[in-house]
Design a protein around this ligand. Structure first.
Ligand code: ANZ
Length: 860
């Protein structure tokens, strides 16, 4: 059999060459608007399928091939299931790489960006992705960023956009601030340079106001988003529940509040620690003796050079300075020395802690280093449930020596290990005897009663810093007046467009290049007529991507960001496909903005992405692909060499969606052979288009209908590789049926080949169209509804089971494919031939693999 690609790419027959076939169908789809989403009048149910939009960075790589294949499979699937599908595409086209490329070449970032977009667009088109190109958007167009500015003003109106001066993450290389989310292991996410802290006045979005909702609404997504991503979001938001406790400070008017997750341990608080870089430390040290001030200043200088990551490392020796002041423990009036130490962070909680060394490891390490008292208040040897603790305490809660294991044996100051586990309270006044949970509740009641504290929550999540000191982004639509007050640009005057780059020096200098665009930055307040300066910073590009999915619904509107009526029809996104690298930032911001838009009454849902598919990485020979390592497989090269359908089949077949795929293991040749075999079948079918399928070859019909029954679930569970395998099986079965005498005129052959064509459309759409045409149908196969499986053809299969005795096959018989191990073994033992073969030998072992094998190991 000559079932290889030569019959498919025969250069003498142009119409069959892979690239000609591709071009033919791509033109057909474009000319006929095949994949445009239906409008308002379309009554089919809707599906919004979206792949995370690409950054136009020049070369497309195989990760793109994977991402846009998966979303395309899902989009095509829903069309075949009778849905009106929206599968749009746009470009996340603001950002640093374009600006850096422009600086290198002395050019305009616009040029680089839009050239890349053109090139990538061509690649996506030749890949046969069923995008609705009529809705294409670019975030760097004023028509788009107009609405970023509108969003900013809306957030500002609602008190959710504000300016503050605070220490920010600063990348000395890119000369810009970074959001917490953009600092990875203390380094700039983009260039790897170590991030330092700098005090700047910047714009923030108040995402912390939404912390509880961002956390609690994750429950809605359970089972629809990968569990790992939900967990990463939860950890990022990092809600801690506890209490705020007010401490009086000797010689100071205002109390100092600390956040603690363990207010139950207040009786064990023996000292007090403040972050050296918090304002409070400087305030407390102001009246201290000169030598204290000097040692504090020296300490602060070293701390400022230390990253937060280092400060939180548990294996680092503890350092600190006594500030010469005392806090008063509100529960027992004891004096607690106040220290400054860098393990306490300035921007978490209140930047100060009550130290409970017996029960907190960091505090214990510090207490041991500086010889501070350690007081046990939880007996962790006592059972939490049950009446009788191992350690007996007297009426005052003081342990009685019973000769059994005692708290002293495991005193943290001896063992160096803090007692952080559950137990019963001791040495804690009327909390004595309580379990941790009850003690926490009681302690909070007592704090409230005495007016020295209250229940409180704390989050790891910080407000979203959105100012960037760079050119290629959305200008912040605010005006700075001479007296320092700041007013919004009126909505009617949006967009505030970026100026031309002509005469501007874009190189990073720590301030925005826009500030130097004199004629742009100097303007007049349209309300007061006062001379004002425009805000020269631009927005973090994560603002652009926080709501873009909604813009696809009204891509050309200059009246609104999106039409709420369209949002009600289409949104939220039903299937969102993208890389796990966006598990935190992008998804968190999009979730936040969605909730704000909900609160504004513009949308009726609170989560933007109803289901999320994360694809694995495409690697090469076990290693991550990268330009610098020179092991980048380029998407366009692969497309050119093998054709879109072979790349698509190779990718889909390479493994489960969420797994990494090694491109070195992918056989595009195998894929080509498979496609050529499928294609040949469609040319062979010789029954008429309107033949009735009912009398065809029964085995083939069963095969076809089994696939019809199974395929929808395979796609919905994103088992695309299994679907390809099933299609390969059906192609083989059809081939066998034709060759074994049924012939190509059997109606079952047409039924099978039509099913193959319609399903193959998900993975190899050009081949599928070509097959559909060869079968005598009108295009497009992409819009054909999948046939229903006939239940009569799904009756249980039988399978031939084999019985071995002493390694030799002794019997074979047909059994139900669903037979149990026990039933199969019983049948085997009852078989005459098996009984004879065993004779009087002893059976030492029986292995049963239902429904196929029973194997008796015998002795004697
Ligand atoms: C007393 C105590 C006793 C604490 C105990 C813990 C255990 P999470 O869970 O991460 O929210 N803390 C508070 N602010 C801090 C800061 N700015 N820098 C470093 N540590 C800080 O941690 C909250 C706990 O971390 C708080 O509860 C506080 O120590 C400490 F047995 O208070 B705890």
């Amino acid at each position: 059999m000559s079932e290889n690609l030569s019959s498919f790419t025969e250069p003498t027959d142009e119409s069959l060459s892979v690239h000609a076939v591709q071009a033919k169908w791509q033109k057909y789809w474009a000319d006929n608007d095949t994949f445009l989403a239906g409008g308002e009048e379309d009554t089919r149910p809707r599906k919004f399928v979206l792949a995370m939009f690409p950054y136009p960075s020049g070369d497309l790589h195989m990760g793109h091939a994977e991402n846009y294949l998966y979303s395309d499979i899902v989009a095509r699937f829903w069309r075949h299931r009778g849905h009106n599908v929206l599968n749009p595409i746009g470009w996340d086209s603001f950002g640093l790489p374009a600006e850096n490329a422009a600086i290198r070449r002395g050019a305009d970032p616009r040029e680089w960006t839009y050239q890349n977009i053109d090139q990538q667009k061509q690649a996506f088109k030749s890949y046969g992705v069923s995008f609705d190109w009529s809705r294409e958007l670019h975030t760097s167009d004023p028509e788009y960023y107009h609405w970023n500015q509108w969003l900013f003003l809306k957030l500002h109106e609602r008190g959710l956009a504000y300016r503050k001066k605070s220490p920010v993450n600063w990348c000395p290389n890119d000369q810009t601030v970074l959001a917490n989310e953009q600092v990875v292991d203390g380094r700039c996410e983009r260039c790897g340079t170590e991030v330092v802290k700098k005090k700047l006045t910047q714009w923030y979005f108040k995402i912390t106001d939404y912390a509880d909702r961002l956390l609690d609404d994750l429950n809605q997504l359970e089972g629809r988003w990968p569990h790992k991503v939900l967990q990463m979001q939860r950890n990022w938001i990092g809600r801690s529940i506890g209490a705020d406790v007010d401490f009086r400070i000797e010689g100071r008017e205002e109390p100092v509040t600390v956040f603690s997750t363990r207010p139950d341990t207040l009786h064990g608080a023996t000292f007090f620690v403040v972050a050296p870089d918090a304002e409070l430390a400087t305030e407390l040290v102001a009246d201290a003796p000169a030598e204290v001030q000097t040692s504090f200043a020296e300490y602060l200088a070293t701390v400022q050079k230390t990253t937060d990551i280092e400060r939180q490392a548990t294996d680092r020796p503890k350092t600190g300075v006594f500030l010469g002041r005392y806090a008063i423990n509100p529960v027992n009036g004891e004096k607690m020395p106040i220290w400054a130490a860098d393990y306490v962070l300035a921007d978490y909680g209140t930047g100060a802690v009550m130290a409970v060394p017996a029960h907190d490891q960091r505090d214990l390490d510090f207490a041991r280093a500086f010889d501070l008292p350690v007081k046990v208040v939880v007996d962790t040897t006592a059972p939490v449930t049950g009446a009788m603790p191992i350690i007996q305490v007297d009426e005052e809660g003081v342990p009685i020596d019973t000769g059994a294991a005692t708290v002293d044996d495991q005193h943290p100051s001896v063992t160096g290990v803090a007692l952080s586990g559950e137990g019963r309270m001791i040495n804690s006044g009327d909390l004595n005897g309580l379990s941790k949970r009850n003690a926490v509740a009681r302690a909070i009641e007592q704090l409230v009663a005495s007016g020295t504290g209250r229940a409180s929550k704390n989050y790891r999540l910080r407000d979203w810093l959105i100012s960037r000191q760079r050119f290629w982004g959305t200008p912040i639509p605010m005006l700075h007046h001479e007296d320092g007050h700041v007013t919004p640009v009126p909505e009617a005057q949006l967009p505030v467009k970026l100026p031309s780059v002509e005469g501007l020096d874009l190189s990073p200098k720590g301030t925005s290049p826009l500030g130097a665009a004199e004629s742009w930055v100097r303007t007049v307040d349209p309300i007061s007529g006062d001379p004002v300066l425009r805000d020269a910073d631009t927005m973090d590009t994560f603002v652009d991507s926080s709501w873009y999915f909604l813009r696809f619904l009204s891509p050309n509107s200059d009246q609104f960001a999106f039409d709420p009526a369209e949002a009600a029809r289409w949104a939220p996104v039903d299937s969102y496909v993208g890389g796990v690298e966006h598990a935190i930032l992008h998804l968190l911001y999009a979730r936040f903005i969605t909730k704000v838009l909900f609160d504004m009454g513009l949308i009726d849902f609170t989560e933007p992405f109803s289901s999320l598919i994360n694809q694995g990485m495409v690697i090469l020979n076990g290693a991550k692909m990268s330009k610098s390592k020179g092991n980048l497989v380029l998407f366009e090269d692969e497309l050119g060499a093998h054709g879109a359908d072979a790349v698509r089949v190779g990718m889909a077949f390479a493994g489960p969606v969420e797994d990494d795929k090694d491109w070195a293991d992918v056989s595009t040749t195998g894929a080509q052979k498979f496609l050529a075999r499928a294609m040949r079948l469609s040319h062979e079918v010789s029954s008429p288009v309107d033949v009735l399928f009912k009398d065809g070859n029964a085995a083939l019909r069963r095969g076809t209908h089994h696939l019809l029954a199974e395929a929808p679930a395979l796609v919905e569970q994103t088992k695309f590789n299994v679907l390809v395998a099933r299609l390969m099986e059906l192609v083989n079965l059809t081939r066998k049926t034709i060759d074994s005498g049924a012939g190509a005129s059997d109606p079952a052959v047409r039924e099978a080949v039509e099913t193959i064509a319609v399903m193959l459309d998900l993975i190899a759409p050009h081949t599928a169209e070509e097959m559909w045409e060869a079968l005598g149908h009108e295009p497009s196969v992409g819009l054909v509804t999948w046939r229903q499986a006939d239940p009569a053809l799904l009756v249980e299969d039988t399978i031939t089971a084999v019985v071995q005795v002493g390694g030799k096959v002794r019997a074979q018989f047909d059994v139900s494919a669903k037979i149990s191990e026990a039933e199969l073994e019983a049948l085997a033992r009852a078989d005459e031939r098996v009984i004879r073969a065993i004779g009087d030998k002893e059976i030492v072992k029986v292995i049963v693999r239902a429904p196929k094998i029973v194997s008796f190991a015998v002795k004697g």
